[in-house]
Design a binder for this molecule. Structure first.
Ligand code: FES
Length: 166
């Protein structure tokens, strides 16, 4: 059973297989390669992250080399091969946010949660990540938690934001 959801893993694989089959891909390698990002996106929606067995499954279904699947996952910041926490805290590290002290905010989140960037808390409640500019520079520095945007964040606010999700 996948620890991130209540759905049994076999049902998750069945959903992913159904999604891939539903794309009606032909035999052209280019066509299958073009569908890779969309498929990984769906896989991450279903599983919460992209562990090795999911990567292998995708490679096999799309008849692509495993290395290509892995390459896309490591290239795109959005994809993760590691499990994420229940709540994802992302600090923007774009130029405007960086200039307005994003690093200090990141440090404060790390200290308060007791983890480093890219890690998950031992209770699996939070994971910490960074983003490139999210297009809200006038609100810099910006932190996004599960899609909710916090603007003009100060290091002091880190604990308050965390408390909202505890
Ligand atoms: S740099 Fe952070 S929102 Fe643009």
């Amino acid at each position: 059973m996948n620890p991130q959801t209540a759905e049994p893993e076999t049902a998750q694989f069945a959903r992913l297989a159904e999604f891939i089959d539903g794309l009606g891909l032909g035999h052209e390698p280019d066509e299958r390669q073009a569908a890779l990002i969309e498929v990984l996106h769906e896989a991450q929606e279903i599983f919460g992250y992209l562990p090795e067995d999911v990567q292998e499954f995708v490679a096999e279904k799309l008849r692509l080399p495993l290395g290509r699947v892995f390459g896309v996952i490591s290239f795109y910041h959005y994809f993760t091969a590691e499990p994420r926490g229940k709540h994802q805290i992302n600090c923007c590290l774009g130029t405007a946010c960086f200039v307005r002290g994003a690093e200090k905010i990141i440090e404060q989140f790390e200290d308060t949660l007791g983890i480093k960037m890219g890690e998950v808390t031992p209770d699996k409640n939070f994971s910490l990540g960074t983003l490139r500019c999210v297009g809200a520079c006038s609100l810099a520095p910006v932190v996004i938690v599960d899609g909710k945007t916090y603007g003009r964040v100060t290091p002091e606010q880190a604990a308050e934001i965390i408390a909202e999700y505890n």
